[in-house]
Design a protein around this ligand. Structure first.
Ligand SMILES: [Fe+2]
Length: 528
């Protein structure tokens, strides 16, 4: 069931949306098609408060458009508070912030079954330019959002600047990182998971989750809504388009496929609720709308001929982690004697996604390929009592799958490849190799793991030990929170590692702790 949008012809005066009767007829027709649940559609909703408390967002930019998102939620921490009726939402896209030059407008139904969220896939815009958008429901008008379209397909765009973020535990800090990202002059924001954390409210943070652990659709909706009430997060969503993927905490710590850490027999149902709430709160294309059993999150995004983003989902179809603790699922520090680890059929992405990834790689060898995904791809082993140990949850736990992925890049001769990752709460810069034991082996790609927006990291001494033992890890910083800003040109990709003074201080400053570059055609990262 697709939310219908109706582009409204040539620009006209604000509020001129045609005859009210036509709108009502359209709304009734849409309701009959979209709402088998008999939801009534109202154009004159009576809200208990301002309905746009979660702001607006855009994402998945194309040369001709983008996804525009909002959700009506006058009571964001209490299920939304709109009630059982569907609500007609008008949307407008303009060339100017005052909406004097509206270029597209239409209506969409915000349905109760979708938590009154809307995802408008606007098309027909011009490439490589900024637009402004807003939503109107009843007499209420949303904040104004800004988005931009991707360059035209054949355009060798001279420059792209994007931010990389992950892991924004609400209780561990304020979103000063988002405030600073908003001042970086980004074209695009890439977020690679742990957008929410599912755990119950705890007293030891700077702010507190509302409610217990998220397990139900209502619980996940309220948790997403609580995160989205943050003004700095809202502003970053409202100022640039986002490309997103998830990690584990959008559902449950260290889950793998349909297996939860606690081996919950009802986990499929919990996962479906979490996926539904994730879709409802992200600016994702209709293609990603979940069914009861799955959600297609993988996606590709081209930035002219300069760059292609391959967005991967390493959670939904992965083989469970190898050699778990007895009676448990989830992650573990395992050592290389774990025999299960070597099974060739183990997969991080699932076979269909591996095929899809491989098919999309070789199309444009001349451009940058950014692989946006969840967990650290470089080997990160420490030797304890003569045995090498590593996390079973990251790519170290899936060595055959990692080799297939790096092999596909090498076989296609893609020499301008950069992997983006999160999860580790550590800023890592790495050279990726097919044989990490061979110091002379040439790198196949560079990897940048953003630290975390807020989520606490481990002791720096442990990270220092890891860097010493793994020479392909060029940089490791787990002491500080922050993000990475990438400047991409046809010749070079430059990454600035930005760190916050103190993520528990809303007003904290930001600085650059290291800068690395990857030159086109020369895999691997160099410190500048
Ligand atoms: Fe995290």
């Amino acid at each position: 069931m697709a939310p219908e949008t109706s582009p409204a012809g040539p620009p006209s005066a604000r509020g001129d949306l045609g005859l009210a009767g036509e709108r009502a007829a359209l709304a009734r027709a849409l309701a009959a098609w979209q709402s088998p649940s008999d939801a009534l559609v109202t154009e004159r909703p009576r809200f208990t408060g301002y309905p746009f408390t979660l702001g607006v967002a855009s994402g998945a930019p194309l040369p001709s458009g983008a996804v525009l998102w909002t959700r009506l939620a006058p009571e964001p921490l209490n299920g939304g508070g709109v009630g059982a009726d569907a609500v007609v939402v008008r949307w407008e896209v303009a060339e100017d912030e005052l909406f004097g030059r509206v270029v597209q407008r239409g209506t969409v139904d915000a349905l109760p079954a979708r938590a009154h969220s809307v995802h408008v896939e606007v098309v027909g815009l011009d490439p490589a330019r900024w637009y402004f958008y807003r939503f109107i429901a009843g007499d209420e008008v949303s904040p104004v959002g800004r988005t931009r379209t991707a360059p035209a397909v054949a355009d060798v765009s001279p420059q792209l600047r994007f931010g990389l973020g992950s892991c924004q535990h609400f209780e561990h800090g304020y979103y000063a990182a988002h405030r600073h990202l908003n001042a970086e002059g980004l074209d695009l924001m890439v977020f690679v998971g742990d957008y929410i954390y599912e755990g119950p409210g705890r007293p030891d943070g700077v702010r507190r989750h509302t409610g217990g652990e998220a397990r139900t659709l209502l619980g996940y909706r309220n948790r997403h809504a609580q995160y989205k009430t943050d003004p700095d997060l809202q502003r970053l969503h409202a100022s640039v388009p986002w490309i997103v993927t998830w990690d584990d905490h959008e559902v449950d710590n260290n889950y793998a496929g349909t297996r939860s850490e606690s081996l919950d027999p009802d986990f499929r149902r919990r996962r479906a609720a979490a996926y539904q709430a994730y879709f409802e709160h992200m600016p994702l294309r209709e293609l990603a709308r979940p069914t009861a059993s799955r959600m297609v999150l993988r996606s590709r995004h081209n930035w002219g001929r300069l760059a292609r983003f391959h967005v991967l989902d390493g959670r939904q179809r992965r083989t469970p982690q190898a050699c778990p603790r007895p009676g448990r699922g989830g992650a573990n520090m395992i050592d290389e004697r774990c025999r299960e680890l070597r099974a060739p059929g183990r997969t991080m992405l699932g076979a269909p996604q591996e095929r899809w990834f491989n098919a999309g790689l070789g199309v444009a060898p001349e451009r940058w390929n950014f692989i946006a995904q969840q967990t650290l791809m470089a080997r990160a082993a420490v030797t304890v009592n003569g045995r090498r140990r590593f996390s079973s949850d990251a790519w170290d736990g899936y060595p055959a799958a990692r080799d297939r992925l790096l092999g596909a890049i090498a076989d296609d001769g893609l020499r301008s490849c950069v992997v983006l990752s999160g999860d580790a709460h550590t800023a890592y810069v790495c050279d990726l190799k097919r044989d990490f034991d061979d110091e002379q082996a040439p790198p196949i790609a560079a990897e940048f793991c953003g630290t975390s927006i807020t989520s606490r990291g481990r002791a720096q001494s442990a990270t220092d030990e890891l860097v010493r033992e793994n020479p392909h890890i060029l940089h490791g910083d787990s002491a500080r929170r922050g993000y990475v800003v990438f400047d991409v040109t046809p010749q070079r990709c430059t990454a600035r590692l930005r760190v916050l003074g103190d993520a528990t201080d809303r007003h904290t400053d930001v600085s650059t702790t290291a800068t690395f570059a990857v030159d086109a055609g020369q895999p691997g990262a160099q410190r500048l």
